[in-house]
Ligand binder design. Structure first.
Ligand SMILES: Nc1nc(=O)c2c([nH]1)NC[C@@H]1CN(c3ccc(C(=O)N[C@@H](CCC(=O)O)C(=O)O)cc3)CN21
Ligand SMILES: CC(C)C(=O)C(=O)O
Ligand SMILES: [Mg+2]
Length: 280
């Protein structure tokens, strides 16, 4: 069976029998392999994705919205994300777990960034951290890499800046695309091991991917990036409204709703619990 017939590549579904490392991710780009990333926020779901061979799991600050019910990612704190990150690490044995640093935990400078990143590694067991931004976070990236913390960067639609963007809109059209390209190159030079490109024109994402030796991870960046990421509740059909870039692979909301309705009906009718669900 050839790779084109769906045989797992070395990174996706890899048979190493150990945890994926940032070196494995760098090697995948050299081999020209594409790979999937998903978010995860709890142990059981993370374990399903780990068993499915997803090589990298991101404990996104999107958990602010899909887990904690906030209406943006801005309010969530390090103290709220650490228990979710720890759960994902405990639920997995193969995936590299990336902790998304929340708004306010790295913007003030390298010292605070390093202190909070260290918490994600020491208290939650994360293997890498992610932060949003280009030029303005270069000192933070350099400080963390110097301290031995792998950094994933994030450009384009950076949701922690929603109040500046005035909504979740495509970024990097026209001249701002050159700014994004320069930021991506600077992040690579500062030592980032990968860069997320969110909601940018596909042509730009493809150009950035060709210009960098570190992998690009697209979300709404078209097919030309080295990897893809989606929020799992979006791709599994749990989120009620999703962006254009989401493909829905399941109807988890429908499955859960039916299960809840059948369970409720069984309780009301007395069909549940049956004798086999009781202790005698
Ligand atoms: N569940 C979830 N999924 C995500 O992908 C996600 C979050 N939450 N929370 C944080 C950010 C917010 N994100 C979003 C949210 C909405 C759009 C959206 O609706 N975009 C418009 C584009 C409009 C334009 O053309 O500029 C769309 O129609 O797709 C995009 C990204 C991505 N992130
Ligand atoms: C969608 C990814 C890239 C993210 O930052 C998040 O889930 O918070
Ligand atoms: Mg995020």
């Amino acid at each position: 069976m050839s790779a084109s017939e769906g045989r797992p590549t070395a990174l996706y579904g890899g048979q190493t029998g150990r945890r994926v490392t940032v070196r494995d991710i760098a090697a995948a780009k050299e081999r020209g392999e594409k790979w999937p990333m998903l978010t995860a926020y709890d142990a059981l779901t993370a374990r399903v994705f780990d068993d499915a061979g997803i090589p990298v799991l991101l404990v996104g600050d999107s958990g602010a919205m899909v887990v904690l019910g906030y209406d943006s990612t801005v309010p969530v704190t390090v103290d709220e994300l650490i228990p979710l990150t720890a759960a994902v690490v405990r639920g997995t044995s193969r995936a590299l777990v990336v902790a998304d640093m929340p708004f306010g935990s790295y913007q003030t400078g390298p010292e605070e960034a390093l202190r909070n990143a260290t918490r994600f590694l020491k208290e939650a067991g994360a293997h890498a951290i992610k932060l949003e931004g280009g030029e303005r976070v270069l000192p933070q990236v350099e400080a963390m890499v110097a301290a031995g913390i792998p950094v994933m960067a994030h450009l384009g639609l950076t949701p922690q800046s929603v109040n500046v963007f005035g909504g979740y809109r495509v970024q990097g059209r026209g001249e701002s695309g050159e700014r994004l390209m320069a930021d991506a190159k600077a992040l690579e030079a500062a030592g980032a091991f990968a860069v997320v490109l969110e909601c940018v024109p596909a042509e730009l994402a493809e150009r950035v991917t060709g210009a960098l030796s570190i992998p690009t991870i697209g979300i709404g960046g078209g097919a030309g990036t080295d990897a893809q990421v989606l929020v799992w509740q979006d791709m599994a059909g749990l989120t009620p409204h999703t962006a254009k870039f989401v493909k829905k692979y399941a109807d988890v909301a429908g499955v859960l709703r039916s299960a809840a309705e059948e369970y409720a009906a069984d309780v009301v009718s007395g069909a549940f619990p049956a004798p086999e669900h009781a202790y005698h």
